[in-house]
Design a protein around this ligand. Structure first.
Ligand code: F6P
Length: 366
């Protein structure tokens, strides 16, 4: 069946480069004579119709995607709540249960004669995309996340921008840490993978890098601080991934009042307090948090996002679906959606990045 109309959805946490994907997908599709629509806020536009009186679809024309390659965020909105596979429903007695609403998406695509979906997102979005594909929808996934934790692709757009910004922050923190002879602990996002902390920590000359893949012992971190002190450096920069945890200990979560959901966060405060007690030095904490998700995508992320968007449309035009586009330098390849969601990509312990950092004397708290 020939494609005439497609929809794009952006899901999960936003990442710099989403708008570049939307632009590339839209222009490549318009170029083939197709119509393009954006689904508002992940699938919320479709699943919460009361909240979207203007409708769940927004037409994407040349005008809508003009001048957006360099913009952070996503013009069609996103959400990391209301997963259609486990959509939360509140019963009359106040209990929340979860139901699968993917059939409604399939039905809506049929009703609006949408022939295919380009789903842009992280592992959660790819799992939804895979379920929709198994129910017969033509879907092509586009991997996105600042965390770089999607398997089957060498890189996701958004990551490089986050690492570049985090590195700049570390550069700025060095001068103030040195002037005040302080230990500054910098907590970074990344979920259960240490990519952002590791790459920015290495390029920003952190003294200590704590990542989920290597459980830490704070005594070792304190020893690194003393060692620096003995050699005349009376300050230290300690980078920690939000998913770092002590040897034999637990991850640190915060419960958000608004939705009662637990999210990673808070380990930096624990480390900062403990290091103050262990070393007697003044410590400060900086949590980069959502700053890592904002801003203009760097040139690398713009190109990757544009390549992914165009490749998704080429796939559909060639009759391919049930796949995710993926970077396999120098090419963009296609991998089955089912394979892309098997596991997350964490930092291998024998990674050259870790070996390099160790050779430079960086402490991993082990
Ligand atoms: O996956 C992207 C990410 O920024 C993670 O690094 C982080 O743990 C999470 O999203 C934060 O989510 P929220 O936007 O709900 O705070």
């Amino acid at each position: 069946m020939k494609i005439k109309k497609i929809a794009i959805s952006t899901g999960g946490g936003d990442a710099p480069g989403l708008n570049a994907v939307i632009r590339a997908t839209t222009l490549a599709a318009l170029h083939r004579g197709w119509e393009v629509f954006g689904i508002r806020d992940g699938y919320n536009g479709l699943l919460l119709p009361d909240q979207y009186p203007q409708g769940w679809l927004t037409p994407l024309t040349r005008n809508e995607v003009r001048g957006i390659t360099h913009l952070g965020g996503t013009i069609i909105g996103t959400t990391n709540k209301n997963n259609p596979l486990r959509f939360p429903i509140r019963d009359a007695d106040g209990n929340v249960r979860q139901i699968d609403r993917t059939d409604e998406i399939i039905d809506a695509f049929q009703a609006f004669e949408l022939d295919a979906l380009v789903s842009v997102g992280g592992d959660g979005s790819m799992t939804i995309a895979n379920a929709l594909s198994q129910k017969g929808l033509r879907v092509v996934g586009v991997p996105k996340t600042i965390d770089n934790d999607l398997d089957q692709t060498v890189a996701t757009f958004g990551f490089e921008t986050a690492v570049t910004f985090a590195t700049e922050c570390l550069d700025r923190l060095h001068t103030t840490a040195e002037s005040h002879h302080r230990v500054i602990v910098v907590e970074m996002m990344g979920r259960y993978a240490g990519w952002i902390a590791l790459e920015s920590g290495l390029s920003g000359s952190a003294d200590v890098i704590l990542i989920p893949e290597i459980p830490y012992n704070l005594e070792k971190v304190a020893e690194k601080v003393y060692e620096r002190e003995r050699s005349g450096s009376k300050f230290a920069i300690v980078v920690t991934a939000e998913g770092a945890k002590p040897v034999g200990g637990e991850l640190t979560f915060k419960t958000h009042l608004i939705d009662n959901q637990k999210r990673l966060g808070g380990v930096g405060a624990k480390i900062s307090d403990a290091l103050r007690q262990l070393t007697g030095k003044e410590t400060r904490l900086v949590v980069l948090g959502h700053l890592l998700r904002g801003g203009s995508p760097c040139a690398y992320d713009r190109q990757l996002a544009l390549r992914f968007g165009a490749a998704a449309v080429r796939a559909l035009a060639e009759g391919k679906h049930g796949i995710m586009v993926a970077l396999d330098p120098p090419k963009v390849k296609y991998v089955p959606l089912s394979k892309a969601t098997h596991r997350i990509k964490t930092v291998p312990l024998d990674s050259d990045l870790i070996l390099t950092a160790r050779d430079l004397g960086v402490c991993f708290g082990d």
